[in-house]
Design a protein around this ligand. Sequence first.
Ligand SMILES: [Zn+2]
Length: 206
Amino acid sequence: MASHVAGPEIERLVQLLARLPGLGPRSARRAALHLIKKREELLGPLGEAMQIAYQRILTCSVCGNIDTIDPCTICRDARRDPSILLVVETVSDLWALERARLMPARYHVLGGVLSPLDGVGPDDINIAKLLDRIREAQAGERTVREAILAVNATVDGQTTAHYIADLLAPLGVKTTRLAHGVPVGGELDYLDEGTLAAALERRTAF
Ligand SMILES: [Zn+2]
């Protein structure tokens, strides 16, 4: 085993950083050194921000988003159209859609996708809550008109979308999904056959 070059506090910092996605032991060591070098302007504020996040961040009981209040800021935002639900796999997908500022809708975070190979079934993700939410809205005055299944264009994502669409059909909710095809700025020559086939099949009138 390699001998440690620093005290246990620094080693612990390195080991924890190495558990972050995209960071291996070498880059974790570099990140730790950078943090230590920027002790006042980075390490201190980062430590405080993490402490606050650890204490105050919770999962929204309505949509599954993360925030420091429950219901979350998005669920409380009266300017958003409650009749359109954007169904996403993860909070990071929600953030991606929010960054693009495309639609002032509400969200529902599934927290994953159905994956028979990995043993993820309908009870393991937030599907029951989605149905409850829609039924509850229908019982009141705020009917959900449309559920946009904004899941990834992967096999598991599409399996999940089909499964949810089947469940929503009897509830009278219009179910749509994101278009598949040529990305904006994309060149046909670089696209894989699956993407080209999807683009051709779902061609639109000019
Ligand atoms: Zn929420």
